[in-house]
Design a protein around this ligand. Structure first.
Ligand code: PLP
Ligand code: ZN
Length: 419
């Protein structure tokens, strides 16, 4: 990889060769970060060159990705998700320049596809035939889908509580699914042991430093979609912390190669039932274990695996932390859907819920350019979506009637519905 210099420990700074034999620091066990040769990349990639590329997927940014030359790329359309100007929602939140990035439109319906695409490409290039991960759901379904598209086998470890939609995706993509009686932490540890025993390619995002490099492409797209005027704020939901770290890395990369001239502030949103990363920011204390009590299963992470990278991203960006209740998450799901036509899963709209709260608290200037990233699709968790609809009032359920126009008129009158 001519564009990559090395992989540096974010805790002690030790430098390592960038390859798939080393995921964590050999000195202190810390998490590694991929370091690029920006001077070289600048000679290879310009805004004009990028604009001329027809490929809408994340591979359009290959100069900024840790991919070996000659790698076979996943054929799935990962990335290239739309950025919508969300004026109706913006009006409600008091924001004049609000955008919604719908990453639920990725091939397996979450932002995680961006990381899994890198995982399967690297695995294939390394000559591996099997990939594995533990996940609360989306990393798993995206790995299984991307593996299937590349002809790789996948072994997936999920905690018992993974929603049905996500589990079903795994089974359809032909993964071997191991449902672990325990929480995410237990699941993670078992997968790590199995990966070591059978030498599978490791897609555990916090351990494998290449994966947040895939996730950063969401920021590369946002910037390109805004004609390289970086937004002022980006709101995103946080679980393990790899996504927000990736979001930050993407903007920093663009800044380093001179594509953008300022960096956004990050709005880190967690569930008030599980917010170990935000708590560390708010208290200035180290990250400590927290109970996992939220319907936003994709971000119910009591022991964040990438906490340090996330903390650094939030602090460097002069970021804001917001914690939202399950009710606020469900309300945001309905609000986003009904004002914008974008349907997110609970963790998918947690960023939007946090943005709403921050805006109501007057933390965001009304003329700021703000992007709310929707990280996963609502159809993955229909049970929560039905709850969100029901909470929203009498129209949260269908009107059940016999096929009779008279009765329909009566029902409309009774419910004060203007036809
Ligand atoms: C994984 C995930 C997140 C959070 O990403 P982390 O890297 O765990 O912080 C947010 N939303 C959805 C839908 C996810 O699947
Ligand atoms: Zn180290």
């Amino acid at each position: 990889m001519r564009n990559v210099l090395n992989a540096v420990c974010i805790d002690c700074g030790a430098e390592h060769e960038a390859n798939d034999n080393t995921y964590t620091c050999k000195k202190c066990g810390g998490i590694l970060e991929v370091i690029y040769d920006y001077a070289y990349i600048k000679t290879q990639l310009t805004r004009e060159k990028l604009a001329g590329r027809k490929d809408p997927t994340l591979w359009r940014y290959r100069e900024l990705l840790p991919i070996e030359e000659g790698s076979e790329l996943t054929p799935l359309r990962v990335g290239g998700s739309p950025l919508y100007k969300a004026d109706r929602l913006g009006k409600i939140l008091g924001l004049k320049n609000l955008y919604v990035k719908d990453d639920g439109l990725n091939p397996t319906s979450s932002l995680k596809d961006r990381a899994s695409a890198i995982a399967v490409v690297r695995a294939k290039h390394a000559g591996m035939s099997t990939v594995a991960c533990s996940s609360t759901g989306n990393a798993a379904s995206s790995l299984a889908g991307n593996a299937a598209a590349m002809g790789l086998k996948s072994f997936i470890f999920v905690p018992e509580r993974a929603p049905k939609g996500k589990l079903t995706q795994l089974l359809i993509f032909g993964a071997t699914v191991i449902s672990v009686k325990g929480n995410y932490e237990d699941t993670f540890k078992l997968s790590a042991a199995a990966i070591e025993k059978w030498h599978w390619y490791n897609r555990n995002a916090a351990i494998n430093p290449y994966l947040s490099e895939g996730k950063k492409t969401v920021s590369l797209e946002i910037a390109e979609q805004l004609c390289f005027k970086a937004p002022d704020y980006v709101a995103i939901s946080v679980g393990d912390g790899c996504t927000i770290a990736g979001v930050w890395k993407g903007f920093k990369d663009l800044y380093e190669i001179g594509f953008i001239d300022k960096l956004p502030r990050l709005i880190s949103v967690q569930a008030s039932g599980c917010y170990p990363i935000n708590r560390a920011i708010e208290t200035g204390r180290p990250i400590e274990w927290m109970e996992e009590d939220t319907i936003a299963d994709s971000i119910a992470v009591g022991v964040p695996r990438n906490g340090e990278k996330a903390l650094r991203a939030i602090r460097e960006s002069n970021g804001i932390t917001v914690n939202v209740s399950d009710d606020e998450i469900l309300a945001a799901m309905r609000l986003l859907g009904a004002t914008s036509g974008v349907f997110g899963e609970p963790a998918g709209v947690t960023g939007t819920a946090g943005l709403k709260k921050a805006a109501e608290q007057g933390l965001i200037p009304e003329d700021a350019t703000v992007v709310s990233v929707v990280t996963g699709n609502g159809l993955k968790d229909v049970t929560s979506a039905q709850q969100a609809a029901a909470n929203a009032g009498p129209l949260g359920e269908p009107i059940h009637i016999p096929p009779d126009i008279g009765i329909l008129i009566d029902e409309f009158e009774k419910r004060k519905i203007k036809a």
